[in-house]
Design a protein around this ligand. Structure first.
Ligand SMILES: NC(=O)C1=CN([C@@H]2O[C@H](COP(=O)(O)OP(=O)(O)OC[C@H]3O[C@@H](n4cnc5c(N)ncnc54)[C@H](O)[C@@H]3O)[C@@H](O)[C@H]2O)C=CC1
Ligand SMILES: O=C(CO)COP(=O)(O)O
Length: 338
């Protein structure tokens, strides 16, 4: 298979490495937005920014410049950029008349645009910006560094089209990576977005040293929140019990490699958000989608107390300590998901 990966951040690069190492020996093109970074990667064959020490296989062809040069011969196009770049990338690909499936890796919700008024999930952005494109999403618990290091990982390939799921399984399923198919794009995308917000919350909880009981409670109630929101949007409840739901939530909320968790830990220590983001070096999608999630939840009448608390903290309307009190002081309620 010939696979074009557009965007060479941590995850786009790791996915390119995984595809190139696959026994089917795919031809992989990695499109790098920045020409200087592209030259550096060509010279060193490793991404020094994050995947330090992991060599880029020789069959990863690095290109910069026009997107058409990268996708020209591809059987499958994978977007490795953050949510913020999804709409412009899809619009460009649609205008090119691209005939092959496009799959994204981003986990978040696009902030409300002038034209949309509410934040959209990635597949909703695609329907607006690139209605002719056949699409899918690759998600699940997967830190880029561990995938690049060939450590065992399980992913979810979600698409309404069986042949897109099959292509993703053909591209990545192997000795190190298991790929499970799923037709619930809504559920998979909701899981990927909400777990980032919940990982910020868990980072705050751990940064304040509230203990393991509190962390378990937060993750569990966070999962309930994710499921309520996702089911109300049309996702399947079972998806939230799977890899892209509870799986990615547990990984991101507790894993030391998570950028979103790191944001929460540093907020708990009292660092200003601007300083944290300036030093992070990579995108923490939870910061950018928390407000959109809250707005959308309000619109559909779903209560999301943990997400709302994170929004108040990110917007400087509460402190980490007050946030905990606000959550603990809520009225007692039933544990059922709805
Ligand atoms: N890093 C990880 O372990 C994982 C990340 N993800 C998701 O993948 C997405 C990307 O994450 P990372 O690669 O870690 O981020 P990153 O911050 O390491 O890299 C983002 C890349 O996107 C490029 N980019 C940003 N805006 C762009 C634009 N407008 N046009 C073209 N390129 C643009 C940047 O130059 C950079 O190369 C995020 O949505 C993240 O949540 C998903 C699974 C794992
Ligand atoms: O999505 C991820 C792991 O599945 C990465 O999470 P962070 O963006 O918080 O690092």
């Amino acid at each position: 298979m010939s696979i074009a990966i557009l965007g060479a951040g941590a995850w786009g690069t790791a996915v390119a490495i995984a595809a190139a190492r696959h026994p089917a020996q795919h031809q992989v093109t990695l499109w790098v937005r920045d020409a200087t970074q592209a030259q550096h990667m060509r010279t060193h064959r490793s991404n020094q920014r994050y995947l330090d020490g992991v060599l880029l296989p020789q069959n990863v062809h690095i290109v910069d410049g026009a997107l058409s040069d990268a996708v020209g011969n591809a059987d499958l196009v994978i977007l490795g950029t953050p949510v913020a770049a999804l709409r412009p990338m899809l619009t460009t690909l649609d205008k090119m008349g691209l005939q092959v499936p496009v799959v994204w890796l981003c986990k978040g919700i696009e902030p409300a645009q002038a034209s949309t008024a509410i934040g959209l999930l990635p597949h909703e952005v695609q329907r607006q910006a690139a209605p002719n494109i056949v699409s899918g999403v690759l998600s699940g618990p997967s830190f880029a560094l561990e995938v690049a290091q060939n450590l065992p990982t399980a992913l979810v390939a979600a698409s309404e089209h069986q042949h897109v799921q099959d292509m993703l399984i053909g591209a990545f399923h192997g000795k190190h990576i298991r790929v499970y198919g799923n037709n619930d794009m809504i559920g998979v995308e909701v899981g990927g977005a909400i777990k980032n917000v919940l990982a910020i919350a868990t980072g705050i909880c751990d940064g304040l040293q509230l203990g393991l009981n509190a962390r378990a409670a937060l993750i569990t109630r966070g999962l309930a929140e994710m499921s309520r929101f996702g089911v109300a949007l049309g996702g399947q409840a079972s998806t939230f019990m799977g890899l892209s739901g509870v799986g990615d939530l547990v990984l991101t909320a507790t894993g030391g490699l998570s950028r979103n968790r790191k944001v929460g830990l540093l907020l708990a220590e009292g660092h200003p958000l601007g300083d944290i983001l300036a030093k992070l070096g990579h995108v923490a999608e939870g910061v950018y989608c928390a407000r959109s999630v809250e707005q959308r939840a309000q619109q559909i009448g779903v209560e999301m107390p943990i997400t709302s608390a994170v929004v108040r903290l990110l917007e400087g309307r509460t402190s980490a300590q007050e946030l905990v009190l606000q959550l603990l002081e809520r009225d007692p309620g039933s544990e059922s998901l709805r």
